[in-house]
Design a protein around this ligand. Structure first.
Ligand SMILES: Nc1ncnc2c1ncn2[C@@H]1O[C@H](COP(=O)(O)OP(=O)(O)OP(=O)(O)O)[C@@H](O)[C@H]1O
Ligand SMILES: [Ca+2]
Ligand SMILES: [Ca+2]
Length: 578
């Protein structure tokens, strides 16, 4: 039983049960000097030599054709050096400026590596053996020596201060601890106990999960889960992610390596770990730093403008892998993977997809939508027919409702009528989700909710994380708007997402039937000038020629095209882009 201080393990394990692949073509696994270059993404682990005759070898943007994949190589660097990415992409930054050269850590001065954590780790815990290793540190089992954890087995993530070579890296550790502390208590999140530090390390003490990583379990099952088993995993992942998102925390590194089973038991529960890349995000805010793991990164992260939806993409990738054992976006090189993420459509034609349920396929497709506005939220994913009714589903408030309601309140009455017509076309599962959200907002006996309800429901569900994520400020802003109380019917009009509906196969039917309802109840003759102002177009925008098509010549009312545009609430900016 060795102590776990020391150098990271150099050799990656191949857990596929196949031979370790020789001559990995990963373009940045090794550079010409044989040194691992710094790069903001974790290395991909393609298996080119295994697939000599596979489609993946002939194209760089198809999904992995086999059921096997090995663990990623020990990755080259922590994930936040955007400059390094830019240097590689644009050659705009010299490599030496972009990254901190190997071995220079000791020369870094002026960084405050005091975290203010207790210094008494050694007197509280006896370290036992190493249980895992990552880019930033390693994890050991340990035993409590005194206090409430005396005699109890725990896990300790040890992060060497030597590795904290930038202010960002230090801030990441601080935030990891803060977020773990704030969110701890959820049954699908590793329980946080305490953080300590000494001269050399930060120690994050948490619950010990003995069941291994989700990745190992996928591999031990030959790369694939039965649908029912995949549902158990997905529900647990979504339960914790829905909870994080409501608190304004985006994980940014969701992948099977970052979920651990509590025990080896087949029915063991799953826990999210590793909030090392997590960040706070307000509902109306966009993040722009490129972080994550290449196979799981969302397109909008690569475009450097993203929010919590980026996690939902990663969950879509995990779901795809669970169900078919292949990666949806695969290439030999990192840039190839990025190209696939941005451009390629994952295959749903090959085995086993034709034999999976239509609900499972629809579920994955709705997560892997490249347009983040059309993707399911975590709460919506839990309400999707594939998972709805699963015994472990826990429905949280969904922050998207707050955003949609806010936009609805600020809309013109004509747009409100159009949304009302659209809401009348919702299906039973879609209405069930909205009914649950309505209930979570605690309607009065007469079935009404006020904007104050939006605030009190959030306050009731808040953890300390909402202070840092500023979610409460946002919610206060929504609840301070002036608007009448909502009955369920108007709530549906306010909370229906046009973008999301547009992303599903039956959109055309929704739009057509909604237009019919609108024709009966809401359509009226409208002048071009008024329409322009309804759409939020400033009089200076030269739109008249185009807007003519949005008004029906026979009676001067909105045409179908105009109706759909109105649903979207086109602004001058989007109009000019169109
Ligand atoms: N609570 C725990 N119980 C058991 N093992 C753990 C625990 N926490 C971490 N580990 C093991 O240690 C590994 C590394 O931990 P973690 O992912 O937090 O480190 P990291 O350096 O941030 O990793 P990454 O390279 O993914 O960023 C995990 O993949 C897991 O195998
Ligand atoms: Ca990890
Ligand atoms: Ca990490």
């Amino acid at each position: 039983m060795g102590l776990c201080h020391g150098k990271p393990i150099e050799t990656p394990e191949n857990l596929s049960g196949n031979s370790i692949i020789q001559g990995d073509n990963n373009e940045h696994a090794l550079n010409s000097t044989g040194k691992t270059p710094k790069f903001p993404f974790y290395s991909p682990s393609p298996l080119p030599s295994l697939f000599k005759n596979s489609p993946a070898n002939s194209s760089s943007v198809t999904s992995t054709p086999l059921r096997f994949f090995k663990r990623p190589f020990p990755p080259p660097s922590p994930a936040k050096h955007i400059k390094a990415l830019l240097a590689r992409r644009h050659g705009s930054v010299k490599p030496n400026e972009a990254t901190i050269p190997e071995g220079s850590e000791c020369e870094i001065v002026g960084l405050d590596k005091n975290f203010g954590y207790s210094k008494s780790f050694g007197s509280h815990f006896e370290i036992e053996e190493e249980v895992g290793r990552g880019h930033f540190g390693y994890a050991c089992s340990a035993r409590g020596k005194k206090g409430g954890l005396r005699g109890q087995g725990v896990a300790v993530k040890v992060i060497p201060k030597l590795k904290m070579t930038t202010a960002i890296a230090i801030e990441d550790v601080r935030r990891e601890v803060k977020i773990l502390r704030a969110l701890s208590g959820h049954k699908n999140l590793v329980q946080f106990y305490e953080a300590y530090e000494d001269e050399d390390n930060v120690y994050i003490v948490m619950e010990l999960c003995n069941g291994g990583e989700l990745l190992d379990r996928i591999l031990s099952r030959g790369g694939k889960y039965a649908e029912e088993d995949a549902k158990d995993v997905m529900v647990q992942i979504l339960n914790i992610v829905a909870y994080c998102h409501l608190q304004g925390v985006v994980h940014r590194d969701l992948k099977p390596e970052n979920f651990l089973f509590v025990s080896k038991d087949e029915r063991s529960s799953l826990k999210a770990i590793d909030f090392g890349l997590s960040d706070y995000v307000k509902p109306d805010e966009r993040l722009n730093d490129i972080v994550g793991s290449a196979y799981y990164v969302a397109p909008e992260v690569l475009h450097r403008s993203y929010g919590t939806e980026a996690d939902m993409w990663s969950i879509g990738v995990i779901a795809y892998i669970l169900l078919c054992g292949s990666r949806p976006f695969w290439a030999r090189t990192e840039s190839g993977i990025f190209r696939a993420v941005l451009k390629a459509d994952p295959s749903f034609e090959e085995d086993p997809w034709p034999n999976l349920s239509p609900d499972a396929i629809d579920f994955v497709k709705q997560l892997l939508n490249k347009d983040y506005r059309k993707r399911l939220t975590a709460v919506q994913a839990l309400s999707h027919p594939w998972l709805a009714g699963h015994h472990d589903v826990k429905i949280h408030l969904d922050m998207i409702i707050y955003r949609l309601v806010k936009a609805y309140i600020c809309s013109s009455s004509l747009r409100k009528a159009a949304l009302g017509a659209l809401a009348r076309t919702l299906t039973i599962p879609q209405l069930a989700y909205l009914r649950e959200q309505f209930t979570l907002l605690v309607p009065s006996k007469s079935g009404l909710i006020s904007l104050q309800n939006f605030k009190s429901a959030m306050v009731k569900n808040s953890t300390d994380a909402v202070k840092d994520s500023h979610v409460l400020e946002y919610v206060n802003g929504v609840s301070s708007l002036q608007y009448r109380k909502f009955d369920f019917e108007e709530f549906c009009a306010a909370a229906v997402s046009v973008h999301q509906l547009e992303g599903i196969a039956s959109w055309e039917q929704h739009a057509r039937s909604a237009y019919e309802f609108f024709e009966k109840d809401g359509n009226r003759p409208i002048m071009i000038e008024e329409l322009a102002s309804e759409l939020g177009l400033s009089p200076s925008v030269p739109v008249h020629v185009v807007l003519q098509d949005w008004i029906r010549h026979s009676d001067g009312k909105l045409s179908f095209l105009g109706f759909v545009r109105l649903l979207h609430g086109v602004s001058s900016r989007s109009f000019q882009k169109a």
